[in-house]
Design a protein around this ligand. Structure first.
Ligand SMILES: *[C@@H]1O[C@H](CO)[C@@H](O)[C@H](O)[C@H]1NC(C)=O
Ligand SMILES: *[C@@H]1O[C@H](CO)[C@@H](O)[C@H](O)[C@H]1NC(C)=O
Ligand SMILES: *[C@@H]1O[C@H](CO)[C@@H](O)[C@H](O)[C@H]1NC(C)=O
Ligand SMILES: *[C@@H]1O[C@H](CO)[C@@H](O)[C@H](O)[C@H]1NC(C)=O
Length: 436
């Protein structure tokens, strides 16, 4: 109980103090960015003769833009189309400018940017703070002001700046300065920094206050791979660091656990639901990295779940945490609007780490989840499910018992909305509600 009380105070405190952190102020990324980013699924495939549908080329990004719109993603907020590594020509031009590979981007970057904008979407481009990008193409080192200016000319809306071939000890200065060059162009651009991820691996003390002041989002940890173990590895790492990291998240500045894998090869349906839920709780950017034309309908439903997108994009902008682990069920929780009398509403994800075959029944009282509003809550099951129809908007008190049945490596994801008025005799209401 003591643990739970502390949690509750921490959550209430979150609302008032977490936004004390001074963050980047360029009016962008007020909620976690949403869109599509090539890297996880397409890596550095550059052989367009062998792999015409998969190679890093203007066609790939034009197709992604088309599908974001035609498949309904754009309407739900997925707006950035982000080019990752391997778009560049081997060398800068004779006059020292960055150029795209002429074979794979015959129309040039400005034309691609125009195309993406013509679809009502925004354009993201990758570069690297060091002498080379991770795949060995020219980086910005020594050309920072010029390159920032070129991004602005290309009407880039989002810059992902990687950290390969760069000394981690120079990053505190280098990332700040590149941010200033971006700012000096006068064009607002989301600034995604890989700064802490590289320092994390060197065991350095990381200046997150400066990172949050200069970057819109930042990669804290290694690249995601197409597997459940990679998702869990990242989730565990975030949970280990959460007390420290969560305080730097807020409107305009976010921690970034990397892209969504949903729709690809490695995650089952249940695991995909779990990744979407954890990412929403973490206030993570929702950047898909998948072949949009091949996403099966049930996976598309996960990516397009409006209620979960609403949790992700909640405007209090507090990053949730893993509040505890019990019986191999991880409980993730994020305060969201509406807030009433200092009590927030809450998204709670019960994520199973179990593999013992049957869905696992777990129960817990509302107050043990740290939810102490004296007027109780109304619960919604965000993935629907067997009990969704008759139990949605079910009223519970602090004393009520919530019973969930969670599939192996799956999730039950619930939203608890604070009630403003007492409904009935709240102290006596101690019934059990069940969700699968
Ligand atoms: C540049 O920085 C100032 C001060 O933080 C900010 O108000 C402004 O919006 C920024 N402009 C751009 C284009 O990023
Ligand atoms: C790129 O520049 C390097 C070093 O200046 C040079 O050796 C190489 O031939 C150039 N490659 C191309 C494809 O122009
Ligand atoms: C509410 O329930 C409590 C506990 O069962 C009981 O003691 C109390 O008398 C009830 N109050 C009303 C107004 O019914
Ligand atoms: C829950 O309520 C029932 C009657 O509604 C009562 O018999 C029972 O003692 C209560 N349990 C707890 C733990 O308060």
């Amino acid at each position: 109980m003591i643990v739970n009380l502390i949690l509750t105070f921490a959550m209430v405190a979150l609302i008032s103090t977490y936004h004390g952190v001074r963050g980047l102020d360029n009016g962008l990324a007020l909620t976690p960015p949403m869109g599509w980013l090539a890297w996880e699924r397409y890596r550095c495939i550059i052989d367009c003769e062998k792999y015409p549908d998969e190679c890093i080329s203007e066609k790939l990004f034009m197709r992604a833009a088309d599908l974001l719109v035609s498949e309904g993603y754009a309407d739900l907020g997925y707006e950035y189309v982000i080019v990752d590594d391997c778009w560049l020509a081997t060398n800068r031009s004779a006059d020292g400018m960055l150029e795209a590979d002429k074979k794979r981007f015959p129309s040039g970057i400005k034309a691609l940017s125009n195309y993406i904008h013509s679809k009502g979407l925004k354009f993201g481009l990758y570069q690297d703070l060091g002498s080379k990008t991770c795949a060995g193409f020219p980086g910005v080192l020594g050309n920072e002001a010029k390159d920032a200016k070129r991004f602005a000319e290309w009407e880039v809306d989002y810059v992902k700046l990687d950290g390969c071939f760069s000394d981690v000890r120079d990053m505190d200065k280098g990332y700040v300065e590149f941010g200033k060059h971006l700012n000096n162009t006068g064009r607002p651009m989301v600034y995604s920094c890989s700064w802490p991820a590289y320092q994390e691996f060197k065991g350095m003390r990381i200046d997150y206050a400066s990172i949050a002041e200069h970057c819109s989002l930042w990669r804290n940890y290694g690249d995601i791979d197409d597997s459940w173990s990679s998702v869990m590895d990242i989730a565990d790492y975030f949970a280990t660091k959460q007390e420290f990291w969560a305080q730097y998240a807020g409107p305009g500045h976010w921690n970034d656990p990397d892209t969504l894998l949903i729709g690809n090869f490695g995650l089952s349906f249940d695991q995909s639901k779990s990744q979407m839920a954890i990412w929403a709780v973490l206030a993570a950017p929702l950047l898909m990295s998948t072949k949009l034309s091949a996403v099966r309908p049930e996976f598309k439903e996960i990516l397009q779940n409006k209620e979960i997108i609403k949790i992700s994009q909640d405007t209090i902008g507090v990053q949730g945490t893993r509040i505890f682990r019990d019986e191999d069920i991880d409980i993730w929780s994020r305060p969201v609007r509406p807030v009433y009398n200092g009590f927030c509403s809450c998204a709670v994800a019960f994520v199973s780490r179990r593999a013992d075959g049957a869905p696992y029944a777990y129960k817990i009282t509302v107050e043990h989840l740290g939810l102490l509003n004296p007027n109780g809550y109304t619960i919604k099951n965000l993935y629907g499910g067997k009990y969704a129809n008759n139990i949605n908007n079910q009223y519970v008190s602090r004393k009520s018992v919530v019973r969930v049945r969670v599939n192996p490596s799956g999730v039950v994801f619930l939203r608890f909305d604070v009630n403003k008025l007492k409904e009935g005799n709240v102290t006596a209401l101690n019934h059990t509600v069940e969700f699968t």
